[in-house]
Write a protein of this length. Structure first.
Length: 141
């Protein structure tokens, strides 16, 4: 998990947040850049638009899986395992965040944004690892 923490913290210091960081790391690993996608994912940060609701790692992780496996053009079809992977991921995330009290940002942060620097990188790194494991298990990497 710690393999990603330094890169995540560097991106956080540059002004990116959870969902953006997850996708940015994947794009960087592919040698790609997509500022429009990264900008759009900002809407998921901080619990959907900063509301404190559904964690951006959950929604960002779902987007990361969709980036690899969902239909993206008229002549494409979704990977046959896409829905199964998405369900496996969301179930994993629910279990992973149960100790925090749930999947909402405010729960993970225990209602205190000062917890962000300690908790969010750990949740992001675990999320990225789980997504990459699922993609690898389904022969998509």
């Amino acid at each position: 998990m710690s393999d990603y923490l330094d890169d995540m913290l560097a991106l956080y210091e540059q002004g990116y947040d959870c969902a953006q960081i997850l996708m940015r790391l994947v794009l960087d690993a592919q040698g790609k850049s997509n500022p429009d996608l990264i900008r759009a994912l900002a809407g998921l940060n901080g619990g959907i638009g900063g509301s404190g609701n559904t964690c951006g790692c959950l929604t960002g992780g779902a987007c990361l899986l969709a980036y690899y496996a969902a239909k993206g053009a008229d002549d494409e079809t979704a990977h046959g395992d896409y829905r199964e992977m998405a369900l496996q991921f969301t179930e994993w995330f629910k279990e992973y965040t149960a100790d925090y009290g749930g999947t909402e940002c405010y729960q993970i942060l225990d209602g205190d944004n000062r917890n962000k620097i300690q908790r969010c990188p750990i949740v992001m790194a675990a999320t990225l690892e789980e997504c990459l494991t699922l993609l690898d298990d389904h022969a998509m990497l």
